[in-house]
Design a protein around this ligand. Sequence first.
Ligand SMILES: [Zn+2]
Length: 409
Amino acid sequence: MEWGVINKENFKNKTTYDVPIKRWDPLSTVIIRSKDFGLRKKVRYYGHYAYISPIRGERPKGFKSSEDEKQFYDCSKKIFGKYKDVFSSVAEGKVVHDDWGMPLGNGFTIIIAEDEKKRDNPFSESPHRIKKVPLSSKALTLINRYPSMARIVDPEIEKYIKQNLPSHLKLSRGINLVSISRDFYPSLCFKLIPEEVLSGLFLSMKAAILYCIEESINNDYYDIPVMPFFNIGTRVGGSQPRIHSQVYIDLNMDGHGSRLEGHLEAFKEMNNKCHLCQTTHGGTDRIILETEFWTFYTTGSPVRNYHIRFHPSEHIRRFSQLKVNQIEDLAKSLKMIFQALDDIKIDKNRNILFNSCPYGYDADFHMFADIIPHEIIGGAEMADDMRVARKLPHIAAEEIRNSLKKYLD
Ligand SMILES: [Zn+2]
């Protein structure tokens, strides 16, 4: 059931447990009583939930071995422009072979945005080869072939699944996107990724999100949480060596997770006095970089050592509201900060998470994002929404600021 499509052909010989499932944990889930968020057409929850998707295990390994992976940590070699991976076959519009003559995937895809141009409808069913993407293009946004949500479900099969799945489980609906650079750039070497490629990637993500939301609304979906993120490196879930980002668009219309609930309630309590619009982030000693459009700082309550948070100066609610000049400045700033982190030997496996207000929610929200370097966490930290950090945030900020100096004009 690749591409999030469940139809009569691929459901043959399958059971109701072979489909993507969403499950709310009954021990941490409550009904949303507040009248603030969303259209409230039906019962919605917040709490902890899990997506369980057998197809996720099928995705191809981008790194052939740990030796192969190791070379991607060394950004001094510029071998990468010629590197071929499974996405090369997509961008070139034909099957590309590796140096040993093995085919890299079949080149089939569903493409939502080529740079910012709309391509296939987000609810289109048929993967196909695309025309060779022009070399002038920067980035593509595709439907994830191995999603954790189903995008299109045959109505009869949906009925069958609903009747046969236990009532506490539901078929998970949504769109999973993956954005890639047109040419190969290794995700672990931000300094090798040209600024315009990184901003091209953000612009393509944005265009694809807007297209998906537009089509979702046309298909009667509403109240839609959207989660854009980067998994950089295998230790934080990045299975492909090429720079790529993902977006989870949840179309279950059944609420949102506890963390987002926390953010929504916190912004609500600020009562139009937005914390991010007013704060000095503890004086200035935790600020790493302030540009015309963005502020980067180490958070006072880190979830990992060197946890960096950033937000646009403008009070906007969503990633998809970012304008070109904000995106270009973000690409430039992120590249510098990643280099500065590399220079002081912070783990290169990092996540970037964008926190946005769901579509359809009439909530006050100031979008922000987190850069979280990989670290092993302990038991107490899994028992609650809590972390033990050893590095004082203002010291971490000082180290990063010092390292960043040489990259500032
Ligand atoms: Zn604000």
